[in-house]
Design a protein around this ligand. Structure first.
Ligand SMILES: [Zn+2]
Length: 199
């Protein structure tokens, strides 16, 4: 078992390698690694991130097979299944750390901003369900940001959404209350992840 501090340091080091294009050669496909993780997986962290194809956590943190317990859904929204998946990471695999990873130019957040500003048609049913889960996190930021540049507003909304997501996880289940959660934000162009303080 590693500590939350050690896990966070490994994720930061991995992202630094990713940014510098010095990711590790891995033996993920080797029988040795597959057997080791099949018998006893020891993920070092849980990551709740967006489904966006540009933000795969194993890549941006340069981690290998079995290293991360990843839950991905558009806009990294939380519903009961997501909550249950993260509880499972903590209860079954004892991950010492949870990361909530937002990212630049998130389509789910942008769609929600557009809805709140009345500048787009209502999304189809199940896309609307994602927007409905993002909306409470960012309604205040969008109301305060009238007249802002859209990209800047989406950026602020995404940071607010990550913070609200952590608050929702904290309030939603007693099983996560002792696990440090770290807000994080991925920059598409340079590959850097900015980490907030553990909450
Ligand atoms: Zn996204």
């Amino acid at each position: 078992m590693i500590t939350a501090e050690e896990a966070l340091a490994r994720l930061k080091e991995g992202n630094a390698r990713f940014v510098k294009e010095r990711t590790r050669a891995r033996e993920d496909g080797s029988a040795t690694r597959r057997v080791a993780t099949a018998v006893a997986p020891h993920p070092i962290a849980g990551v709740l991130g967006c489904a966006d194809s540009r933000v795969p956590p194993e890549r941006v943190f340069d981690q290998g097979l079995g290293d991360l317990f990843v839950v991905r859904v558009a806009g990294q929204v939380v519903d009961d299944a997501v909550m249950g998946s993260l509880e499972f990471a903590v209860l079954a695999f004892e991950v010492p750390l949870l990361i909530v990873l937002g990212h630049e130019n998130c389509g789910a957040v942008t769609a929600t901003v557009n809805q709140l500003q009345g500048s787009a048609e209502p999304p189809p049913a199940h896309v609307g369900a994602v927007v409905d889960l993002v909306r409470p996190s960012i309604a205040e930021v969008v109301a305060d940001g009238t007249g802002d540049d859209l990209a800047a507003l989406v950026d602020r909304a995404t940071h607010a959404h990550v913070a609200a997501t952590i608050a929702k996880l904290r309030a939603g289940t007693p099983y996560l209350e002792r696990t440090p959660m770290v807000p994080a934000y991925y920059h598409l162009s340079d590959g850097k992840v900015s980490f907030g303080e553990p909450i």
